[in-house]
Design a protein around this ligand. Structure first.
Ligand SMILES: CC(C)(COP(=O)(O)OP(=O)(O)OC[C@H]1O[C@@H](n2cnc3c(N)ncnc32)[C@H](O)[C@@H]1OP(=O)(O)O)[C@@H](O)C(=O)NCCC(=O)NCCS
Length: 179
């Protein structure tokens, strides 16, 4: 297995331009989501040498806005590999160019899966986390994987039965027509 660790990391910097603004003049959340997805794709595809798809996204939280004119850097790394999946962690930094000040905007996690030409998952190269940082990220990614499964399992428990769903729709439709 190729242990060239540089292929597990990817950095991309984008200037926030006025075409990315929302109605309030700040950067549109959707613009950032698209960039995050592109970074996750490029990082996972380069690492695995395969076409990859996005399966899930964790921890995209906008604690504060991004501003037009800021330079945004996405620092991505493959933190963990399963059989066909990879967790890509992305740290987002925003820089005020004139003030030369930088702030950490968010860190989020994408699960990307390598697929063949028929869209079927296939095996990705694994790696051995060597440094303490890599080992910590690997363990954290494993924990998130377990949490995702737990959330999916518990979400199934609270999902309505199709009959209940139909009754709920009917009831809200009646409320709308009455009111
Ligand atoms: C990705 C996809 C091929 C996986 O298919 P699947 O039938 O679930 O395949 P598997 O059960 O073998 O799972 C494959 C991997 O995906 C992971 N996975 C599946 N569902 C997941 C979820 N909800 N969250 C995180 N990982 C998930 C599995 O853990 C597994 O990882 P591993 O091989 O490392 O153990 C399928 O879900 C798909 O095509 N999804 C659409 C992806 C897409 O189009 N994205 C763009 C949206 S516009």
């Amino acid at each position: 297995m190729d242990e060239d660790h540089s292929y597990r990391r990817l950095e991309m910097t984008v200037l926030m331009t006025p075409d990315m603004a929302n109605f309030a003049g700040r950067v549109h959340g959707g613009s950032i989501l698209k960039l995050l997805d592109q970074v996750a794709y490029a990082c996972a595809a380069r690492y695995s040498g395969s076409y990859v798809v996005t399966v899930s996204v964790d921890r995209v939280v906008f604690h504060e806005p991004l501003y037009v004119g800021e330079l945004v850097t996405f620092l991505a790394s493959v933190n963990y590999t399963g059989t066909s999946s990879m967790e890509v962690g992305i740290r987002v930094m925003a820089e005020n160019i004139q003030a030369r000040s930088e702030r950490h905007v968010m860190t989020c996690y994408f699960t990307m899966v390598a697929v063949d030409e028929h869209g079927r998952p296939h095996r990705v190269p694994s790696f051995t986390p060597a440094t303490p940082v890599e080992q910590r990220r690997w363990k954290a990614a494993q924990l998130r994987r377990e949490l995702r499964r737990e959330i999916e399992r518990r979400s199934l428990d609270i999902r309505l039965h199709p009959d209940e769903l139909a009754a709920e729709h009917e009831s809200s439709r009646q409320h709308e027509t009455q009111g």
